[in-house]
Write a protein that binds this ligand. Structure first.
Ligand code: SF4
Ligand code: SF4
Length: 161
């Protein structure tokens, strides 16, 4: 979905997306029951917790620099097929968030090195020209479990009108 601005090589050299420490397990993707079933086939010992009408991965309690690797991650990357990949992962490093005035906002992670070359204006235009803004806001309306509260380290890019 974001291949026009995020090259596979950039991500292969970085790979920080699918591992979580004690400060960011809230970022674990929200997944459908069907995706959870796919992951369970790959990793039978995976545990889940309910998140609204959907699920997310259950992480063990993490301390210090300990990392929890997404159960779908393998040596060569995510093992899920495109149709099973969580929406949160398809749009990352964009996120759907709710700001202090209850606006739904598309934000971008400031941690993503692949996004550092682009201005906020460029990313805003990209979202609009690719119709990703509509796709993301429509998805958020149908699946509100994917809307996170505004977090440090994320820049607001586009507000839902
Ligand atoms: S943080 Fe950005 S550059 Fe790094 S792997 Fe994730 S999407 Fe790719
Ligand atoms: S589902 Fe796949 S892309 Fe998403 S965090 Fe897990 S391994 Fe990464």
């Amino acid at each position: 979905m974001l291949k026009k601005i995020l090259s596979p090589k950039t991500c292969a050299d970085c790979k920080i997306c699918c591992k979580f420490d004690c400060t960011d397990t809230w970022e674990l993707p929200v997944i459908s029951d069907e995706t959870a079933a796919r992951v369970k086939e790959l990793r039978p010992d995976t545990e889940f917790i309910r998140n609204g009408n959907e699920l997310t991965f259950k992480s063990p309690k993490l301390h210090g620099d300990e990392l929890f690797q997404c159960p779908a991650l393998a040596e060569k990357g995510c093992e899920l097929k495109a149709e099973d990949k969580p929406f949160d992962c398809k749009i990352w490093p964009f996120r759907i968030m709710r700001d202090e005035n209850e606006n739904i906002v598309i934000t971008v992670s400031e941690l993503c090195i692949g996004m550092k070359n682009f201005s906020d204006d460029y990313l805003r235009k990209f979202l609009i020209e690719e119709n990703l803004d509509t796709l993301i806001f429509d998805y958020a309306a149908s699946y509100p479990s994917h809307i996170k509260s505004m977090q440090k380290g994320y820049k607001p890019i586009l507000k839902k009108i």
